[in-house]
Design a protein around this ligand. Sequence first.
Ligand SMILES: [Zn+2]
Length: 393
Amino acid sequence: MDKWEENFLRDIVELDTNSEQKKNYVECSKIIGKYCEEAGLRVDVFDGKPGGISQPNIVATLNAGAKQTLLLCVHYDVVPAGDVAAWKKPPFKLTVEGDKVYGRGAADNKGNIVAAVSAARDLIKKRSSKVNWKILISPNEEIGGEWGIEYLMNGPPKIRGDFAIVVDSGPAYVSIGASGILAGTITVHGTQGHAGYPFAFNNAIHLSIPLLNVMLDYVDVRGKVESKLLAPPGSPHKNLWGRFSLTVYNAGTKTNIIPGKAEISFDCRLIPEEKPDDVARNLEQFFEKAKEETGVDASLEFMTKANGWGSDPNNKYMKAFAVAVREAVGEDVPMAADLGGNDGHYFTSLGIPTACFGTIADDTRFHGIDEFMRIADYEKVKKVLTYFAEKWK
Ligand SMILES: [Zn+2]
């Protein structure tokens, strides 16, 4: 990391661009635009201005005169610092200490912005890129991306490319997919009344216990669903698998009242090959059987349905990216699908093969207190991006 890169990172980490207040978006995007221009990139700004509030997206282009265009996806919004007093390093100051840089967004995702832009800067200096670059630097990622990457890809700008790298991930594996989500609530219906007369009412908490006991078997049902894609290193399964968890329990108001209603929310994680509607039907059938078995009066409602996504690891871009990672990192890095969600679906839904890689190692406390980035990971990511661009055929 040279002085220019460090200054770039400092200038943007020191602006609080948390996605709740959105207060320094214009200033931050101007600084990013300035550094992109210094790097030799062409800068275009796209701003959807939702509710009259500016949320500028920057598209920084390296035109190598090539046939193919690589899309790099990074974001400049951050999550709030949270309990500022608990930070040992100030969140909105860049602290460089040994092989680490500290600050909110140092890893997620401002360090990766600097890695992508400075890799482009090196390629421009050497005129060595075999592929055009569009670096998409957006706000709004931490709250869903509607006015960020969604706006760039599906709104008026309609950005297109041949291969996408989401530089908003960790260096331990290349993420080539992510899990889908199906979430909802089970409501157990009883009757409310005075706790002195329990024989006169149907206690919804009591009723929920046998029903949920049967529903717990659905954990095993989901566990048998297996993806073609690998699970991340350290997972209890080799391949990505289906999951089911009960996540919220709401019932009762006072100790002397028999509760008439219990609401239990659940979260299903889907493999990329599954459709949320198919899993919803399967879960509904299982739930109906559980009701019959236990005789409990209950209903089921779905709230969230989101597709997962996956890229074919044998696609030519994915293979070339795997080689770039191996050459730059010096070892084989697995290609796996994420247990959570990520932004790859914005590209794969348009048929653009996508890989995710970046400096956000598991222990970097992203979204936590004293977030940091390892400079070695930063150099690694830069090297991977540069290698891919120089060796592309
Ligand atoms: Zn991020």
